[in-house]
Design a protein around this ligand. Structure first.
Ligand code: ADP
Ligand code: MG
Length: 724
């Protein structure tokens, strides 16, 4: 084994498991201890200040200056009592990470004495010099100002001895530069649109929150092995590596017993997460070796996303304490499963009702069907936008790779609900009858517990799972704001149209319920092509989807077109979630992100091949040549060094192929770099540059099998994948 690998493996085998001690065995004793939650607000703030926050959260009412002063001072007292010295506005720029810039509470006063201060102004708004965040041309560097503004609907928390204030990040001219600002806009219009529709059924409903439960998949790898692989270090994934003889084919990892080292790590980050009020509930082994999953209990969507962003950061940080690296990349290893982030979404009213939960009475069912069918119709209308919202260079490796849903957006309902919709579609709605009589016969009975609640069809990107929809195509490293902004926006838009359609019928003299059912029926018909119950992995589905007119866009640069289409621009304008300029800026940022990441991968590949792989292969070949020469010298015939000759030739074949193709790839890069438009560049990187990855990799992996294990420098899959 090569020295590098040997040392790395020695390091791994010498690991002891750090002792992990949660503050208490009862989670309720410490849950949320680092969050400035309602209970702490009440204890530290004036009554008015508390009321102001409550109203800001409930109705988005702005908070007055003097009240903000009181809130800031309360936050400071609480935080300092917990040993905190700094504060930061915490935001989610379009890099996909979270960002923070710490300031100390400390300030010298007029007499040169030191005081600790945190003003209302500092709480409400900050101006980080953020000119280096991606902005898609919205801010030119001479007008670099962007500011962060407090989001009171997500509570402040303490992380790393710093008081973190969740904020949105917008340009001086008011354009969103982050993920949170558009999400909040989408949520607000959805709330209004859904409340308006609820008015048909239940006037006591005055507020609707989207809720989200995010299942997070990840891989763990020992830090020493990770550090010995420049490709993983720089790109988050392995660019080379022959499959391990054993990987996931025995399906022995899924839900298996959790390795001790991993268990300690899980316990540790779970404790930290619980202290931050992240309600983690579930943990288990996933399908691939060293792949795992955790999931919290669902929460209000804005908070759920903040928590997921924080959780990813936390998982990375805590992993280091355990000498692990957590891989949130969508496809760290070829040949085995990648990782996703299932987004479980539903709509919950202020009266505690889940609008996507089938009811017991026909009237309740009509309400359920209204929201259910409007969601289906929304996805049918804007499937391209939903596809764009999950597009990324990493996710391109995963979608359609027989482990994750295909790039075709379709909806799985389960046979029971599918039948219900079919039945409504073909029923006759009688307009003459009085309400609560015959009309209800048009609504089939929906069992409140769906037996065939087949969460089992894992091949569908968007599945109804009993009382929620589950978007399964989101990548494991993604910020869920992106797809969730789209989902909430398109459903809001659809509900607004629904209300208009129903009102039109009512105006014409239809009874309310008849009008609702008539439009529901119409929508069922119109959105039928998006429903698919079969195997999403099959070739037949790809063919059928095409016949149905559903898009199957396999790569990011083209999927992103939906962001700047006329149809989407119209939707953005109508809903007000993005301005045209913001949408174009986002498109540009995502396109740039795409080709820059492929550019980095291509460079790493080139360097590794030229400086590491070929030299090692040549070295081994030289040894074999010396051996053959020696055998010849002592007078042996050709059959004595037959095997050596074959390997020598094979090595040459692979080395030559790799060298030629790396050279050709570099030439393609030069051509791509010279292209003027970002989209053309991204497509060239995808179709011309990335096209070399597979063949180069194939030959490098062949070399891995041929070259003496004693000299092969990169930790092999069998070493990376099984936790020791
Ligand atoms: P699985 O999908 O793996 O069977 P569950 O359905 O129990 O697991 O839950 C997965 C996630 O969905 C969890 O985060 C859970 O809290 C969340 N969830 C459950 N009900 C809802 C709901 N009504 N709205 C949003 N998320 C939900
Ligand atoms: Mg699930």
């Amino acid at each position: 084994m090569s020295t590098i690998r040997f040392q790395a493996l020695q390091e791994v085998l010498g690991r002891t498991i750090p002792e992990v001690k949660p503050p208490s065995t009862k989670i309720s004793d410490f849950y949320g201890a680092n969050v400035f939650d309602k209970v702490k607000m009440k204890a530290f703030m004036s009554k008015e200040a508390y009321q102001a926050i409550a109203e800001a959260v409930e109705n988005g009412t702005p908070i007055e200056r003097n009240v903000a002063e009181n809130i800031a001072s309360a936050m400071k007292s609480w935080a300092m009592g917990k040993g905190v010295t700094h504060y930061t506005h915490w935001f989610q720029p379009l890099t996909g990470n979270t960002a923070e810039k710490h300031d100390s509470f400390f300030e010298p006063d007029a007499n040169g004495m030191a005081v600790e201060k945190f003003s209302g102004d500092a709480l409400v708004q900050q101006e980080p010099d953020a000119s280096s965040f991606p902005n898609g041309g919205i801010r030119s560097t001479f007008e670099a100002r962007g500011y962060t503004a407090w989001d009171p609907s997500s509570p402040a928390f303490i992380y790393d001895k710093t008081l973190c204030i969740p904020t949105v990040f917008v340009s001086y001219t008011g354009e969103a530069l982050d993920y949170k600002a558009p999400l909040l806009k989408a949520l607000s219009i959805l709330d209004k649109a859904a409340v308006d529709v609820c008015g048909y059924f239940d006037k006591s409903i005055t507020k609707i929150n989207s809720s989200l439960g995010i299942e997070q998949e990840y891989f763990l790898v020992d830090l020493a092995l990770f550090n010995a692989r420049p490709d993983m270090l720089l790109t988050g994934r392995t660019l080379f590596g022959h499959s391990s003889a054993k990987n996931q084919q025995l399906e022995d990892h899924y839900f298996g017993s959790i390795p001790e080292r991993v268990y300690a790590y899980m316990q540790d980050f779970e404790t930290e997460a619980l202290l931050l009020g992240i309600p983690l509930k579930t943990r288990h082994n996933e399908v691939a070796p060293s792949q795992f999953e955790c999931a919290p209990i669902y929460e209000e969507i804005n908070l759920a996303i903040d928590h997921n962003q924080l959780l990813m950061d936390l998982m990375d940080k805590v992993a280091r304490r355990h000498n692990f690296k957590v891989l949130l990349h969508e496809k760290p290893y070829a040949g085995i499963n990648g990782s996703g982030k299932h987004n479980n979404w539903s709509l919950i009213t202020n009266t505690g009702k889940n609008l996507l939960s089938p009811g017991k009475t026909p009237k309740n069912n009509l309400m359920f069907l209204t929201f259910f069918v409007n969601t289906i119709k929304a996805v049918h209308e804007h499937a391209d936008l939903l596809r764009a919202s999950i597009a990324s260079v990493n996710n391109d490796h995963r979608l359609g790779a027989n482990e994750a849903p295909p790039a075709i957006i379709s909806i799985f309902l389960g046979s029971q609900l599918n039948d219900v919709l079919d039945e409504i579609e073909t029923s006759r709605i009688s307009k003459k009858v009085k309400e609560d009589s015959t009309m209800w016969h048009s609504i089939p009975k929906i069992p409140s517990i769906l037996l065939d609640n087949t969460d089992r069809n894992r091949t569908s990107p968007f599945a109804f799972t009993g009382n929620k929809f589950e978007l399964r195509a989101v990548g494991s490293s993604a910020n869920s704001s992106n797809p969730m902004t789209v989902l909430n926006m398109i459903v809001a838009d659809q509900l607004i149209k629904f209300k208009a359609d129903v009102d039109k019928l009512i105006k014409k003299g239809d009874k309310k319920d008849v009008a609702i059912l008539t439009i529901v029926k119409k929508y069922i018909k119109e959105s039928k092509s998006i429903r698919f119950e079969g195997n999403g992995y099959s070739d037949e589905w790809a063919a059928e989807a095409e016949a149905r007119g559903l898009a199957n866009i396999k790569t990011t640069p083209k999927a992103l077109d939906a962001l700047i289409s006329d149809k989407s621009s119209k939707l953005f304008q109508e809903t007000g979630v993005f301005s045209v300029r913001e949408a174009h800026a986002r498109h540009e940022i995502l396109i740039e992100d795409y080709y820059k990441k492929i550019q980095i991968e291509a460079r790493v590949m080139g360097e590794l091949v030229t400086n590491v792989i070929i030299p090692v292969a040549v070295q081994y070949q030289t040894k074999l040549v010396a051996n053959v020469k020696g055998l010849k010298d002592i007078g042996l015939e050709a059959d004595a060094y037959d095997a050596q000759m074959v390997i020598i030739k094979q090595l040459s074949t692979h080395i030559n192929f790799i060298k030629d193709n790396v050279y050709a790839m570099v030439e393609e890069r030069k051509i791509a770099n010279a292209l003027e438009h970002a989209r053309d560049k991204a497509i060239a990187y995808d179709e011309k540059v990335k096209a070399y990855f597979e063949p180069i990799r194939y030959h490098v992996d062949k070399l891995e099998l041929l070259v003496d294990d004693n000299t092969w420098p990169l930790p092999k899959f069998r070493e990376l994948l099984f936790i020791k």
